[in-house]
Design a protein around this ligand. Structure first.
Ligand SMILES: Nc1ncnc2c1ncn2[C@@H]1O[C@H](COP(=O)(O)OP(=O)(O)OP(=O)(O)O)[C@@H](O)[C@H]1O
Length: 237
């Protein structure tokens, strides 16, 4: 499905965090969102998945209003429940898709459980299902976060600086996983990153925000380091 954003604006009092942004994210493609601190990346992602209400503009999926479960957001550092296992964290992605009583007692349908194990496989975590996530490395935790987002069966996968706390090699491998799941599951993918070079060869497209405005929207092959540097130079907030 294609995610379309039309003239989206979000203000906090007098501060325009996102200003009149329009863009299209087709399925099967990973776009990388860049921009200096305070440019509006997190606010845009939160508006896309409904955590924030835009003041103006619309977000639609194939022309219709998106349901909450259609758009999954992977948080920085995974935002996992430490005391639970990897599999239990992934199963949390089914919240809202299963009857409430199943969620309350933690007794999931066999097909749901099989799907969750398949998601762990998709992110390269075979054999980690029963590991408490507090015993996992940063990169493994982040991949559990991606598997949990997949369990939501979204049409759109968003990630807000998902590799910020990782070393460059681990960050690159997490991004490769993200790119692979976006393509294999035919999702529209958007990832905010402070190290855009890590996404070379993985990103299909670069989007750039400066002071809330979309100042870059181009295929990855047309975007070199200078073009990205321009996005960072334009932000003055
Ligand atoms: N809840 C909020 N209340 C008031 N202002 C906010 C709120 N959230 C964000 N802002 C403001 O909106 C602007 C955009 O912030 P946002 O967090 O979206 O930027 P960002 O590009 O994600 O930055 P970073 O790279 O540092 O995470 C900033 O000026 C910020 O201070």
């Amino acid at each position: 499905m294609t995610l379309s954003v039309q003239r989206l604006t979000k203000r906090y009092d007098d501060d325009v965090a996102v200003s009149d942004v329009s863009m299209t994210l087709p399925d099967g493609e990973l776009a990388v969102l860049v921009g200096r601190s305070g440019a509006g990346k997190t606010t845009l992602l939160r508006c896309l998945n409904g955590l924030e209400q835009p003041d103006e503009g619309t977000v639609s999926l194939d022309g219709s209003t998106a349901a909450v479960t259609d758009i999954a957001l992977v948080f920085q550092a995974g935002a996992l429940l430490d005391s639970k296992s990897a599999l239990e964290n992934v199963l949390d992605g089914s919240l809202g898709r299963e009857p409430a009583w199943r969620e309350l007692v933690g007794w999931h349908a066999p097909a749901t459980k099989r799907a969750a194990i398949e998601r762990l496989h998709a992110v390269g975590l075979d054999g980690y299902a029963d590991r408490p996530v507090r015993t996992l490395s940063g990169g493994q935790r982040q991949r559990v976060g991606i598997a949990r987002a997949l369990q939501q069966e979204p049409a759109v996968l968003l990630a807000d600086e998902p590799v910020a706390s990782l070393d460059p090699a681990t960050a690159e491998s997490v991004l490769e996983r993200l790119g692979a799941v976006v393509r294999d599951h035919d999702l529209a993918g958007l990832v905010s990153l402070h190290q855009p070079d890590l996404a070379r060869g993985i990103a299909d497209r670069y989007l750039g925000l400066a002071d809330g405005e979309l100042v870059l929207d181009a295929p990855a092959e047309d975007v070199d380091a200078d073009r990205i540097a321009e996005v960072y130079d334009r932000g003055i907030r």
